[in-house]
Ligand binder design. Structure first.
Ligand SMILES: [Zn+2]
Length: 338
């Protein structure tokens, strides 16, 4: 009896589905060529699952897959698997280009080494142009192809419809709080710590683990929320100075946008936390670890002002998605807090 092993918490329906495919493969059936879409927020384990699934299909073991020790597993772990490809959008480009897609198609259509599958993982698949997507679909139609394409996306609504309609869609969901608390407990976290971190991770087990294992990660993660809370009681010059000290000026392009989006997400969460204080529900806040700072700032704004602030922050997040410079967006937000 073969077993698919995947060290992930939550998302059992998706993992069970992949497990079933692995079992069929281990029983000697050939999986037909196809596209799988893994859709969901960042940090939910989509990439980990895609990698383990591919490794399991290449694994030479038949019992526990992936075994991690056979030559194929070791080649995979070393990034030396000849039948596995990862495609991501180039830094500072808006889309995955048709050239990139063509290059991948060429590699997929060479006959597989070791007569195994050819597997491609495409990150940020929502940046795939329709032409590139259609070209990829064609590789699946070749009669001898054993091609599996896994598309990772945070926004399934932005994938070309022609692709979605021909793919198996697996939705990745946020993990319930108690599951993350349990998992951190198993790693040795005391219960109050586990609860604080689980609340902070907001359904993302991968994030919870890295915050637990690395105190530096935790401090870095909290920094934008702290900056925002400090800013509430400062004049504009102090706010901009604080921003300047914390913002990583080496970030450019998509990396800067992603970082700024993470900051705005925290700013919005802090505003929500302050509203929860107004409703006497501090135990429900995301930033339990910043309780002192939240308490200190709770009376600075009325509930109505907080709601308006929340609206402005949400708008800023949308502007940024529309390609306004991320640094400018954050500075504007901080200037216009009050
Ligand atoms: Zn193996």
């Amino acid at each position: 009896m073969s077993e698919f092993t995947l060290n992930l918490i939550g998302n059992q329906p998706a993992i069970n589905f992949l497990g079933k495919l692995i079992k069929r493969h281990a029983a000697g059936q050939t999986l037909s060529s196809g596209v799988y879409v893994f859709a969901g927020l960042p940090n939910l384990g989509k990439t980990t699952a895609a990698n383990s699934f591919a490794q399991a299909l290449f694994c030479q073991n038949k019992n526990t897959l992936p075994c991690g020790v056979c030559p194929n597993c070791r080649a995979f772990a070393a990034g030396a698997s000849l039948d596995f490809f990862v495609l991501k959008k180039e830094e500072d480009k808006k889309n995955i280009s048709i050239e990139q897609a063509r290059n991948l198609i060429n590699q997929l259509s060479l006959s597989a080494f070791s007569r195994s599958y050819k597997i491609a993982v495409i990150e940020q698949a929502e940046t795939l142009s329709e032409a590139a997507g259609n070209a990829l679909l064609k590789t699946l139609e070749e009669p001898h192809a054993r091609v599996l394409i896994i598309l990772l996306t945070t926004d399934v609504d932005r994938l070309p419809l022609t692709i979605v309609s021909r793919s198996q869609l697996l939705l990745w969901r946020q993990t319930p709080l108690n599951k993350i608390v349990e998992m951190l407990g198993e790693l040795g976290a005391k219960r109050p710590v586990a609860r604080d971190l689980a609340r902070l991770a907001n359904g993302r087990p991968g994030l919870a683990v890295s915050l637990w294992k690395n105190y530096g990660d935790l401090q870095n993660f909290l920094a934008p929320a702290k900056l925002f809370l400090n800013s509430l009681g400062q004049d504009i010059n102090q706010r901009l100075l604080g921003f300047d000290q914390l913002w990583d000026k080496k970030l450019t392009g998509q990396a800067a946008v992603a970082a700024a989006d993470g900051w705005l997400e925290q700013f919005i969460a802090v505003t929500r936390d302050l509203l929860l204080y107004h409703q006497n529900l501090p135990e429900l806040t995301r930033f339990l670890l910043l309780a002192d700072e939240l308490q200190k700032n709770q009376q600075r704004f009325s509930a109505r002002e907080l709601l308006e602030l929340q609206k402005r922050l949400t708008q800023a997040r949308m502007y940024m998605a529309g390609n306004v410079g991320p640094k400018n967006v954050l500075e504007n937000v901080l200037i216009n807090i009050s």
